[in-house]
Design a protein. Structure first.
Length: 278
């Protein structure tokens, strides 16, 4: 178990808003338009979709210096620049993600119906710091149990991917990683720490992913008590990684999110506010 403390959303919103503004400046300084144009060109040269909407591209996404905030989006028609689609399995129905206005701010709206997919941002390598976010769900998947593969769903997830020495992994994991690289054309992260809204497991529980030992989950919200309310969280990535994996983390290389209901064949409607990585 790990401690999960209440965070006041009013104070959180002010702090996160200030950080988001700084991160927008950093993204503009990095000339995000040029970065994304480079990505489209790389996709086209690799035989992928030049508009970035298909799943056939094997070109590695360009890493960004910060997470693009949803609240700074110029239009509701498109996702914020820099967020990439993350397909779990081509045979699964993807979750629908759109930007929407709620409670006087732009947020990401997730709608899942027996579906599973996510979004992520590849980042330039950085030391683990504090991760802050807001989220809200209308639906809690009561039949979900994240320690069981057949019921491993969540209305809300945020994950952080870490770098590390692949050669130190057990042979079984190395073979799995190699198979994933051959199948998808992309490298898997050394380790992934995932924060979830659980269905049955209590807040504070640390769970091994039933499919791979390289993903550990921390339940930060659970059950129906806080459904339909904004929940705010602030997590120390280094401390949580040590608790989950029993060792020090490597560099952070990506942050993503996912709403999935494919295993329980259920529905979920959820919202993500800005995600800030200090």
């Amino acid at each position: 178990m790990v401690p999960v403390a209440e965070v006041d959303c009013k104070t959180f919103a002010v702090k996160a808003g200030m950080k988001s503004a700084v991160h927008v400046d950093a993204l503009e300084a990095a000339n995000i338009a040029t970065v994304l144009a480079t990505q489209r060109n790389a996709d086209a040269e690799a035989g992928g979709d030049p508009e970035g909407e298909g799943e056939s591209s094997t070109a590695a996404p360009v890493a960004l210096p910060e997470l693009p905030p949803f609240s700074a989006s110029a239009s509701l028609a498109n996702l914020p620049a820099g967020w990439q689609p993350w397909t779990i399995n081509r045979n699964k129905t993807p979750t629908r993600y759109t930007l929407t206005e709620m409670d006087q701010r732009l947020v990401l709206h997730a709608q899942a119906e027996s579906s599973a997919s996510g979004l992520y941002v590849p980042l330039t390598q950085r030391d683990p710091g504090m991760l802050r976010w807001m989220w809200k769900t209308r639906d809690v998947i009561r039949s979900a149990d994240n320690a069981m593969g057949q019921r491993e769903d969540a209305p809300l997830r945020i994950f952080v991917a870490f770098d590390g020495d692949m050669a130190k992994l057990p042979l079984r994991d190395q073979l799995m990683y190699e198979m994933a690289r051959i199948t998808t054309g992309r490298e898997m992260p050394y380790a992934t720490l995932m924060y979830i809204w659980g269905g049955r497991r209590p807040a504070g529980a640390v769970l091994n992913n039933p499919h791979t030992d390289r993903v550990r989950m921390i339940v930060v919200d659970s059950g129906t008590r806080h459904a339909n309310s904004w929940r705010c969280h602030e997590r120390d990535l280094r401390a949580d990684y040590r608790k989950a994996f029993g060792t020090d983390p490597g560099k952070v290389i990506a942050v993503g999110l996912m709403t999935d209901t494919d295993n329980t064949k259920s529905r979920a409607e959820s919202w993500y506010g800005d995600i800030v990585l200090d």
